[in-house]
Design a protein around this ligand. Structure first.
Ligand code: PSU
Ligand code: MN
Length: 298
């Protein structure tokens, strides 16, 4: 199989030590340069500071790579790359292309490698107009990992996304909060079905999920410590959506376009919050991975 695991990561996994997977669409499509590379490096540093091993996932020349070398990370962050979701992964690998991995693809790759914890920014979900539903949702339902996020991206229909997660049987767990995280906003108006106040509590739910034979992963909603003003975000979002519709954008190009537009309209404010929540999610994911590694599985 076209899978390459970085030696440090492979060793950590074989010793049942804490490993956190990181996605790379946020590097190739989610953030402007040069913040994308700085962010990618700093997320790995945050995870190492906690005592866990980072494993950034990407596709390089058609190979699924789990744990990038520094030069590979620079390569990915500074060149054109595709966006690999599950529906185009095989073609990208067959054509030996480079690509950032979405939440869906990172979940698939991480589970092939035996990684249990994954940190991202915001997950993909349901877009209203034109209708679009991210493969992230189905992937969350079919890979038994713990994904730490700051809720669905604010460009989405958050209520519909939460409903889909419910239909798919994905446990959405509010970390220290009763409301679903709102990505750029600290919280959305929607209550989460379950709340957990510590990483140990999350570990217990994870072990129970597995003991019950449930195949869905856990989605941890971690509200950003300081979000954006709601009214301002609404205005920027309306404008960004208007421009996307005018350009007739559809499919996988919608998310990168809207994120870039928001960054432009907010003069970088949305990027600042995006970086903050990514770092906070990486830190929490590392804590969870350390707790999971602390005792043998039940
Ligand atoms: N989180 C961010 N920025 C991003 C993404 C997540 O803070 O750019 C990426 C993730 O990789 C997610 C993808 O899986 O956007 C969703 O894209 P789509 O809606 O096309 O499935
Ligand atoms: Mn789509």
């Amino acid at each position: 199989m076209k899978l390459r695991i970085q030696p440090q990561v492979a060793e950590a996994l074989s010793q049942n030590r804490a490993v956190v997977a990181l996605e790379s669409t946020v590097i190739t499509h989610g953030l402007p340069q040069p913040q994308n590379l700085e962010l990618a490096q700093s997320l790995e540093a945050v995870i190492r500071e906690q005592g866990a091993f980072p494993a950034t996932v990407a596709i390089l020349k058609g190979e699924i790579v789990i744990g990038l070398e520094p030069a590979e990370m620079t390569h990915l962050a500074t060149r054109q790359a595709a966006k690999a979701s599950l529906w185009n992964l095989a073609a990208i690998c067959a054509k030996q292309e480079d690509a950032g991995t979405t939440v869906a693809t990172t979940l698939h790759a991480a589970s092939l490698a035996g990684i249990k914890v994954f940190a991202t920014g915001g997950i993909g979900g349901v877009h209203d107009e034109p209708f679009d539903e991210s493969a992230d949702l189905q992937a969350l339902a079919s890979h038994p990992l713990i994904t730490v996020c700051a809720g669905p991206k604010s460009i989405l229909n958050v209520k519909a996304t939460l409903e889909r997660l419910e239909s798919l049987g994905v446990p959405v767990i509010g970390y220290k909060n009763d409301y679903l995280a709102g990505f750029h906003l600290q919280t959305s108006p929607y209550r989460v079905p379950v709340r957990a106040d510590s990483s140990l509590e999350i570990k217990k739910i994870y072990q129970m999920q597995s003991a019950l034979g449930l195949k869905q992963g856990l989605l941890i909603s971690n509200p950003v410590s300081e979000g954006i003003d709601e009214q301002e975000l609404k205005n920027w979002l309306m404008e960004a959506h208007r421009q996307a519709q005018k350009q007739g954008l559809i499919g996988k190009d919608t998310t990168p376009f809207l994120l870039a537009k928001l960054a432009e309209l907010s003069k970088g404010e949305t990027v600042t919050v995006n970086l903050k929540l990514l770092r906070e999610n990486a830190r929490l994911a590392a804590q969870i991975a350390l707790d999971l590694a602390a005792t043998p599985e039940v």
